[in-house]
Design a protein around this ligand. Structure first.
Ligand SMILES: Cc1cc2nc3c(=O)[nH]c(=O)nc-3n(C[C@H](O)[C@H](O)[C@H](O)COP(=O)(O)OP(=O)(O)OC[C@H]3O[C@@H](n4cnc5c(N)ncnc54)[C@H](O)[C@@H]3O)c2cc1C
Length: 384
């Protein structure tokens, strides 16, 4: 069977690119070995970054610039006017907050006051504070950040619903590469181009094609989940470093409870802690940062998870999404969920540059089952 583009991996990168490639007329198929929705994508905090987080060191960085257009592109998609229709995706919040427990460093204060940041970050007067920052016990500063937060389950569901006819579940261990053909059992697929968009799974797939480059890096996180009667909060706490000290996103559950999903420095520095120690650290941090709230009657769980990216000097976060590879095999890591539209555009540009034209012949469906949808982290967490 011949296809124009064979994509490995059904996270945000693979699904978004599949849909864009089909729109461009390419005969594109996607192979997933576990579940649509990905590993990182479904477990992400769903924040469509506009770059403010990357300016918290007090200056605009290349990351801030690269990602600046993303909230606008996503808002169009959410309104049903973008390249991909996301009108059925649930918006958990149209914006987030930034809070500091004291006054801002002078470099951050002048950055926030600068023209570039004025449309992105707005200081809030006391009478505009939402819960839980609307109490006299809160003595810090609060800013509103114009970056949306999405429900990743409904995002991945919306993409999977549109992509399902071209997505197949396969057993990666049963696959062989013979003369650039992908052989799965009795099925031989002859792709004109391959896109490896399998997140952490790209390393094993590259071995199959005997590719030594690009190199992958893993940056681990140890996320914490707290469940109970909690108000909706989507906010970053500013710390002493350029990274948020704590990032809280929240997800409503049935029965009036919510999950607070905790990332930021807590998750970055907690990778070597056992789950119980990481939970103790999270509780202590919440008690310190929101001392007027009561966190005693909550249930807790953690999620250790790797971020898979192209390797950078010093293992730092790449500034942008990445598309590399050689010959007929492309390798991609979006770096951020927010970068998926930009990555898909790059794949289409590369196909056009390399003169890959859409086949006129429709590829028949593969004789493989449809992949299930990945669950949210709190749907399979062990609560204590
Ligand atoms: C805890 C956490 C929070 C984050 N929060 C944010 C955020 O708020 N905003 C943001 O912009 N970014 C965020 N990110 C980053 C973002 O989630 C990732 O950059 C993005 O989801 C990666 O997408 P992906 O499609 O490359 O990978 P994944 O979502 O990991 O998908 C890869 C897919 O490939 C499949 N696969 C693996 N091996 C194979 C194989 N051999 N064959 C076929 N398929 C295979 C996997 O099963 C999976 O479905 C976060 C990341 C983490 C871990």
């Amino acid at each position: 069977m011949e296809v124009d583009l064979l994509i490995f991996g059904g996270g945000i990168a693979g699904l978004w690119t599949l849909l864009r490639a089909r729109q461009a007329g390419y005969q594109a198929l996607l192979l997933e070995n576990r579940a649509l929705g990905g590993v990182q994508s479904i477990a992400s905090q769903g924040i469509i970054h506009g770059g403010t987080k990357y300016a918290l060191g007090g200056s605009v960085t290349p990351s801030t610039r690269a990602i600046g257009d993303m909230p606008g592109i996503w808002r169009e998609a959410l309104a049903g006017r973008g390249d991909i229709n996301l009108s059925r995706v649930r918006l958990l919040s149209g914006h987030q907050y930034l809070w500091s427990s004291g006054s801002l460093t002078s470099s951050l204060a002048s950055l926030f006051a600068s023209k570039l940041m004025q449309s992105r970050v707005a200081p809030l007067a006391r009478d505009q504070h939402p819960p839980p920052f609307d109490v006299s016990g809160f003595r810090g500063r609060l800013y509103r950040l114009e970056e949306p937060v999405l429900d990743t389950a409904s995002l991945m569901q919306a993409l999977a619903d549109q992509a399902r006819p071209w997505c197949c579940l396969y057993d990666a261990d049963s696959m062989a590469i013979r003369n650039d053909n992908v052989v799965i059992g009795k099925l031989a697929i002859s792709p004109r181009r391959v896109l490896l968009a399998a997140g952490k799974g790209n390393a094993a797939l590259m071995e199959g094609w005997a590719m030594a480059a690009p190199q992958m890096q893993l940056r681990p996180l140890h996320m914490v989940m707290a469940r109970g009667k909690l108000p909706p909060v989507h906010a970053h706490c500013l710390g002493a470093s350029a990274n948020p000290r704590l990032t809280i996103t929240s997800y409503p559950l049935e029965g009036g409870e919510s999950v607070w999903y905790l990332g930021g420095e807590l998750a970055e520095t907690g990778v070597t802690r056992e789950p119980a120690a990481q939970i103790a650290q999270a509780r202590a941090e919440l008690d310190r940062l929101l001392p007027w709230m009561d966190f005693k009657s909550l249930q807790w769980a953690t999620l250790p998870i790797d971020r898979a990216e192209v390797a950078t000097p010093g293992g730092k976060r790449p500034d942008d999404c990445y598309l590399g590879g050689a010959g007929t095999v492309m390798v991609a890591w979006p770096t951020k969920l927010a970068f998926a539209p930009r990555l898909a555009d790059r794949v289409l540009e590369r196909l056009a540059q390399e003169g890959v034209q859409a086949s006129e012949q429709e590829t028949p469906p593969l004789d493989l089952p449809a992949p299930p949808l990945a669950p949210l982290p709190w749907e399979h967490a062990k609560w204590s």
